[in-house]
Design a protein. Structure first.
Length: 291
């Protein structure tokens, strides 16, 4: 972890007015120089070359707080790279898309910089992360009965709250995945994307109604400003909105809990990233007959 400190003042982001990174205290408590990556050995890895995973990533960095400050965010690197690592080692390639086609934004302050495996993997995908597909183009060209996507992956980080929950392209993608029995994988704040299929839909038609998931708890989000993790309160809570639509969130803490409900695989936080990757790899390998 970062050097221990009691400084809970959010750290100014000099690239933007009134924007902040987490406080030194928060970084010392919630980030680590090495991840808990393990178990990514898949002797029966998929070698068919057809099936790929579509990752929908964050392309916006600044999340507006209720006090007018901004949290400098993006996708959490551990929540992104550890599930990707497992799925890649299991033989599945990734297409990476953002809403705009602009580069993926990362919370690089949480990158485990002394973790050689994770850093090496990050470098492997850096070109795709810097030059992603535009999701609307994927919707138009790559979704359908003959699509090569076996799963959709939506990583966490507070960047997942910006644009993605209201995106009609995300809505189309998730409805397509559900209608064709594809796997959907997400964790932490990534399940905010599950709000998209509810946009302009009747509650009874909501595709995730009755599903059980793990996700980052609203109650903990409400406490993080006390630690200087965020510079203010988030104006809305994605868990509350999911519950209104009939989704049950199983966890109240962030201790690495994961859950699979049918073909929906979710986890509660970065502490769940390794296990989400393992669960997803196991499920997809079984799907292609390589378990």
């Amino acid at each position: 972890m970062a050097e221990k400190t009691e400084d809970k003042r959010p750290t100014p982001d000099v690239a933007e007015n009134n924007a902040f990174f987490p406080s030194p205290y928060s970084l010392s408590q919630f980030t680590s120089a090495k991840s808990d990556l393990d178990g990514a050995d898949y002797p029966n890895a998929y070698r068919g070359g057809k099936w790929k995973i579509l990752m929908i990533a964050a392309d916006e960095r600044y999340l507006l707080m209720d006090n007018g400050t901004m949290f400098s965010t993006g996708n959490h690197p551990v929540e992104t790279l550890l599930p990707m690592y497992h799925l890649d080692k299991a033989g599945f390639e990734f297409d990476i898309a953002t809403l705009s086609g602009n580069p993926v934004k990362f919370e690089l302050w949480a990158l485990p910089r002394q973790d050689e495996a994770v850093i090496g993997f990050y470098q492997k995908y850096i070109n795709k992360l810097m030059s992603p597909l535009k999701l609307s183009d994927v919707v138009e060209k790559n979704l359908g009965d003959n699509s090569n996507y076996i799963a959709v992956f939506i990583p966490g980080g507070h960047g997942a709250l910006i644009g993605i929950p209201k995106s009609l392209d995300v809505k189309t993608t998730l409805k397509w995945a559900m209608s064709r029995n594809k796997y959907i994988i997400s964790l932490c704040h990534g399940p905010a994307a599950f709000l998209a299929p509810g946009v302009n839909e009747a509650k009874d038609d909501y595709i995730f109604k009755g599903y059980k998931i793990c996700a980052f708890p609203d109650a903990i989000d409400k406490k993080t400003p006390e630690l200087g993790y965020m510079p203010g309160q988030i104006p809305w809570m994605f868990g509350e909105e999911l519950k209104k639509l009939g989704v049950e969130i199983l966890n109240t803490e962030i201790n690495g809990q994961t859950f699979q409900d049918r073909r929906l695989i979710t986890g509660d936080s970065p502490f769940a990233a390794n296990n989400v990757g393992k669960a997803a790899a196991k499920a997809l390998l079984a799907e292609v007959g390589q378990s």
